[in-house]
Design a protein around this ligand. Structure first.
Ligand SMILES: Cc1cc2nc3c(=O)[nH]c(=O)nc-3n(C[C@H](O)[C@H](O)[C@H](O)COP(=O)(O)OP(=O)(O)OC[C@H]3O[C@@H](n4cnc5c(N)ncnc54)[C@H](O)[C@@H]3O)c2cc1C
Length: 465
């Protein structure tokens, strides 16, 4: 694995970096000083001259020093930052975008996701904005009901709600101190410095020297790439998603509605009194071109299900263009001994950056939330004890989480394959025998069992003592 990796090769963003023995003292170098929080002076370096990347030696001039830097302000990054914050640990979140992702649609959170949101203190606030989903209805493409389930009959204390991603992100971000997220901060380069620090360079030339780097930078994670992970694999189907808007109130019961066809499935679920989330998942031999025109996306999604139950078509029709997206589905299987380690030398991965999984179980974000609290607890207990304790904590996080996320990634993939079958005979068996007669929902939702106590600052001293 390379110790230095550049993600962006713009000439202005490249620096020569040197080993830790050549680090000048912070006071000796040119720097722009600015006050980022009360009583603490951080130094943000500006480069006097662009330096060629071709040289093998490097100079860490004056980098802003941070204990914990989190790369990415998605669900994983923000939940990790909030979890650490609850335990009294400051982190800096760097996000490439100019602001929180305000677009996007919705995602379904099962009870494991809600346990985490409760533990970090935002569950009640979010619950009040999103409907509790009582059950699930499965239909064939002609609208015939194949089966229906009630969640509380199948799995005790299950809690299912679809939440708007934007509101989830804003709610998490609002828990953090004002200077905790730095936007327009795309990670361009990462390098291990000595044995206990990592240098991060942003595309604007800013350098950060961190004791711990938490890569929460999503499915195409540059941090994961640097750690030796391969690109996630396309699984053969893509999803359209959108958020239907009913200004005068949506008409649906609080149930998840699925429609299963051949090589094609769709679903919709009420999110709030005025919004309904929908998806259409279709087989495609390749991820296809990136289409950004939302009106084209809408037409394509409608075309796929034009003869399907009319309420699905109506939800798509009621969708503002700017909430429609199309995503090729990918995952990465974390084979033991083959897959790189999720933590190495103070750098660790969380969420999709480590374990991208297909959305067939609705567990990607739920698992990212679980990762966040578990990592924060282990890290908080270890930070005061020094680098060896931190390294052990990261390894312990990896061991515990690998046993959770690896089987779920495989299962989600297999469920997706089953639901995307095209063969008419197999689909008839699936719809008329497996779904109608065999499937019980309870055992299929056992993976949502996850207990999580509230995070409290006082627990850090208890864990570490
Ligand atoms: C179709 C579909 C449906 C889904 N439905 C569900 C569901 O119902 N339930 C569920 O639990 N999960 C669901 N998921 C999965 C869920 O969306 C993801 O697991 C979750 O969003 C992962 O969050 P994350 O923070 O790890 O990554 P992301 O949300 O991708 O966040 C990564 C962040 O890192 C930033 N970043 C990337 N590179 C850099 C860089 N170089 N420098 C700085 N910042 C960077 C990005 O801008 C982004 O803000 C679904 C996924 C898909 C595709």
């Amino acid at each position: 694995m390379a110790t230095s990796f550049s993600f962006s090769h713009s000439s202005t963003s490249l620096l020569i970096l040197q080993s830790s023995s050549l680090l000048p003292s912070p006071s000796s170098s040119r720097s722009l000083h600015f006050q980022t929080r009360k009583n603490s002076l951080f130094q943000l370096r500006t480069r006097a001259k662009p330096i060629s990347f071709s040289s093998s030696s490097s100079t860490v001039e004056e980098a802003r020093k941070e204990d914990v830097v989190i790369v990415g302000a998605g669900i994983a990054g923000l939940a990790t930052a909030v979890s650490l914050h609850r335990l009294g640990i400051r982190s800096l979140v760097i996000e490439q975008a100019e602001s929180l992702r305000t677009g996007g649609t919705s995602l379904t959170l099962f009870k494991n996701g809600w346990r985490v949101l409760d533990a970090i203190g935002v569950g009640t606030q979010l619950r009040s904005q999103f409907l509790e989903i009582q059950g699930m209805v499965v239909k064939a493409e002609d609208g015939r009901e194949l089966r229906s389930f009630k969640f509380n009959e199948e799995a005790e204390d299950q809690e299912v709600r679809a939440v708007e991603r934007r509101i989830l992100l804003e709610t998490l971000a609002n828990q953090l101190p004002p200077d905790a997220i730095r936007f327009s901060s795309k990670l361009a380069k990462i390098e291990r410095i000595g044995t206990s620090e990592t240098l991060l360079e942003l595309v604007d030339g800013t350098q950060l020297l961190a004791k711990i780097v938490i890569g929460c930078d999503g499915i195409r994670s540059p941090v994961a790439k640097w750690m030796g992970f391969s690109e996630p694999q396309y699984v053969g189907h893509c999803a359209f998603r959108g958020l239907g808007f009913y200004p005068n109130g949506q008409p649906f019961e609080p149930k998840v509605n699925y429609v299963y066809g051949r090589g094609l499935r769709a679903g919709y679920v009420p999110v709030s009194p005025t919004k309904v989330y929908w998806f259409v998942c279709f087989n495609n031999p390749s991820p296809g071109p990136k289409i950004t025109d939302p009106s084209v996306l809408k037409k394509e999604a409608q075309k796929l299900v034009r003869s399907w139950p009319s309420e699905l078509l109506e939800v798509i029709d009621k969708t503002p263009d700017d909430t429609i997206i199309r995503t090729p589905l990918v995952d990465r299987w974390l084979w033991p001994t083959v897959s790189p380690s999720a933590s190495s030398g103070g750098v660790v991965l969380v969420g999709d950056a480590w374990h991208p999984m297909t959305p067939n179980l609705g567990q990607g974000a739920c698992c990212a939330l679980e990762d966040a609290v578990i990592l924060a607890r282990k890290l908080a207990a270890a930070l005061e004890a020094g680098p060896t304790a931190v390294e052990n904590a990261l390894k312990s996080y990896e061991r515990e989480r690998w046993g959770r996320v690896f089987p779920l990634t495989i299962r989600a993939n297999l469920v997706g394959s089953l639901l995307q079958w095209e063969n008419p005979v197999i689909c008839a068996v699936r719809n008329n025998i497996i779904i109608r007669k065999l499937v019980q929902l309870g055992p299929l939702l056992e993976h949502t069992n996850f207990n999580c106590e509230p995070l409290r600052k006082t627990e850090v001293s208890q864990i570490s003592s």
